[in-house]
Structures are given as C-alpha cells and as structure tokens.
Write a protein that binds this ligand. Structure first.
Ligand SMILES: Cc1ncc(COP(=O)(O)O)c(C=O)c1O
Length: 375
C-alpha cells in the first residue's frame, strides 16, 4: 500500500466519522485481529502509546506497591518509569554485554517473594533471551513482560519477538518500525491477562462486550479508570502500513546488513552482535566503539563529531539507577558492570530507520563514521 492509498484510507476513516475507540469495534478491532494474526494467535490490544501499554502490562501482571519488578538499567528511561507509576520497585539486573538485553543469569537470582514481573527490553531491536527467562520465571510464579517497542519485525527462534513472553508491548511511535505517529499495542496469548489489561484503560462499553471473568466484571462501570484508548486515525495508518510491513522490513534489513558489513571494516568500530536464532529489528542501529586506543577519544567525543558532521547519532541513555526519578525509590545497590561498560562504548543512530535509504545515503553514513574516527 503506497502513501496515496494510505491517505485515501485515512480520509475514508474521517468520512465515516470513526474517530473514537470507545467500543473497540470496527477499525480498532480489525487492527487488533491483524496484529494477533501476525503474532501467531492470542489477543492484541491497541492503546494510545507504548508507555501506556507497558503500564497496562505491569498492572495486568499484578505489579503494585510492595512488589518488585526486575529490569535492565539500560533502556530508554520512559520504558522503565511505568514500574514506578504502578507503585512497584525496580530491581536492576545487568545486561548481556553482546546483545545489551537483560542477562537471565543476572536477573533470575534477584527474584524473591516480592517479585511480580521481569521486564525484558529488546534494546535497539535485538530480542531478549526469552527462553532462558520464561520457564525459570514461571517456576517462581513470575510474569515475563517483553518490551518489543523497538523490536517489531525481530524474530526469536523463528517466532516474532514477544511471542514467547507472557505479555509483549509494542510502540507505534513515529520513530518505530511501524509508525502511526503515536500508538501502542499489548499482546498476550493468555485470555485472563488480556482481560486484566482491558480493564486498565478501556471504556466500559468495550468492557461490557469483552470481559468474561466474573471477578473482573464487578468493575464494569469503571474499569481501572484510565483512558488509554488509541486514536483511530493512528490505527488506520498502522493497519494500512501493516500490509506493506514485511517488504518495508526486508528493505530495512538489507540496509542494516550493508551498513554492518561496512562498519566491520572501520578500525575502532564493531557492528551489533546478533545471537544465533535471532533476527535484529534494527529500529536503531547500535555500534560498539573501540576508538579510544587509536586516539579518537571517548564515545561521547566521537558522537559529538558525528553529530557535527550531520549524522543523527547518540550515546546511550544514562543508566536508570543514575537518574533522579529512579533514585526517589530505594533499590538494592545494583551491580551492572556490563551495562556500565556499554554506556561508555556503545552509540547508535538511525531514528526512523533506513527503509527508503538509497545506496548513496548508506555510503554517506559510512563515510561520516570513517571521517569522525580522525580527530
Ligand atoms: C524500548 C522502548 N520502550 C517503550 C517506549 C515507549 O513507547 P511510546 O513512545 O509509544 O510511549 C519506547 C519508545 O519510545 C521504547 O523505545
């Protein structure tokens, strides 16, 4: 579907006056069904953004005051803030130094009687090692939530990223792999978790239609009282773009592979590691920087030069436990040497991806990466 067809599709949505998601029917329902189909079954819930989807997932998992949620410190801070919003305490576990996703060997020993959930973040688009998390977490009665906001299109063991988690969360933000401006999706295979998620931010009209559990139907008049409904215009865009997503994603993959091949040839840089059995979604393009021994300065210096030359590169977000928002909550003193090393050696670029990039565009990026190595 090209941009003109999408524009016509959106115009029809306006004409029909389908501009609210109160009932969850029509366009929203069609989108949720298409999403569930893409995930191989289960239930999808469209929401206003990925942050609301994360908050909803945490509440559906039962996280609240007095509970702990194990998470990596290396993530966009807004991906971890919902843990605070639901009243739970984040417990930070180190990341795998190659994939930069939560390390199950670091996370699982942190689980205790108050642990409600593990929140795994598919950073940059590399799926977390979900097979090493889920069975062990389930044995302890812990729910696994996978933040796939950056990982749409990624695969893990031949399945879409998120498909093996209890709850998976996606973002449809303008910079994500399926951009709808703003929007989010929660997905789960578990009908009970889905109904708990519905209760958080959907309108009572929808709740009356879809809630089956008597314990939840007691709250029909109010739900949890939030409004996390998506805007149907965004959903119209997302539904239209879902059709061309496989082809768009393949173009993104081709560009990423080309860039990684070139990055491998630049002394001082190393491309992202992709674990066997995984596809990286490359929502953002991470690069490991080892320039210092060659005198190219710190990763901050290098990224400063890249930005000055016109490449929209960035260093990693500060580790969450170093940020004032997270320091308001007491948490056990974190031991995350791999995340701390990554903070000083990894950068990324590519907000918005390279779906439409020409070979010349990609070569320009490569020459900027090379040139910035010379101080
Ligand atoms: C990893 C991650 N989690 C969560 C979010 C939040 O999504 P949104 O911006 O749609 O609220 C984002 C994106 O911005 C993200 O990159």
């Amino acid at each position: 579907m090209d941009e003109a067809e999408i524009a016509a599709f959106v115009a029809r949505t306006i004409e029909r006056g389908e501009l609210d998601a109160t009932t969850g029917e029509g366009l929203v329902q069609a989108f949720e069904q298409a999403w569930a189909q893409m995930m191989g079954g289960g239930h999808a819930l469209a929401l206003c953004n990925g942050t609301a989807a994360l908050f909803t997932a945490l509440l559906a998992a039962g996280a609240g005051p007095g509970h702990e949620v194990i998470c990596p410190p290396l993530a966009p801070p807004y991906a971890l803030a919902p843990i605070l919003h639901c009243g739970a305490k984040p417990v930070f576990a180190d990341v795998d130094p190659r994939t930069l996703t939560i390390d199950p060997a670091a996370a699982l020993p942190l689980a205790g009687p108050s642990t409600r959930a593990i929140l795994a973040v598919d950073l940059f688009g590399h799926p977390a090692d979900i097979d090493s998390l889920v069975p062990a977490a389930h044995a302890l009665g812990i729910t696994v939530i996978e933040d796939c906001a950056q990982a749409l299109g990624a695969t893990y063991g031949g399945l879409p990223a998120g498909a093996k988690a209890d709850l998976a969360v996606f973002s449809l933000h303008a910079t994500k792999n399926l951009p709808a401006g703003e929007g989010g999706v929660l997905w789960t295979r578990d009908r009970r978790l889905f109904e708990r998620a519905l209760l958080v931010g959907m309108h009572p009209v929808r709740l009356a239609r879809e809630l089956s559990e008597p314990a939840l139907r007691r709250y029909l008049d109010t739900g949890r009282g939030y409004n996390f409904r998506p805007h149907p215009l965004g959903i119209a865009l997302a539904l239209a773009r879902l059709k061309s997503f496989p082809a768009d994603f393949e173009r993104r993959q081709k560009s990423a592979r080309y860039l990684d091949e070139k990055i491998r040839g630049i002394p001082g840089l190393k491309p992202a590691f992709v674990a066997p059995g995984c596809t990286h979604a490359y929502n953002l393009h991470p690069v490991f920087y080892h320039g210092e021994p060659r005198g190219a300065g710190s990763v901050d210096d290098y990224v400063r030069r890249l930005r000055k030359a016109g490449l929209d590169a960035d260093v990693l977000w500060p580790l969450a436990y170093d940020l004032p928002l997270f320091q308001e909550k007491e948490f056990p003193s974190p031991h995350c040497p791999a995340a701390e090393k990554a903070e000083n050696t990894v950068f990324f670029f590519g907000w918005g991806g390279y779906t439409g990039a020409s070979r010349d565009d990609l070569d320009r990026i490569v020459s900027l990466l090379e040139a910035a190595m010379q101080c």
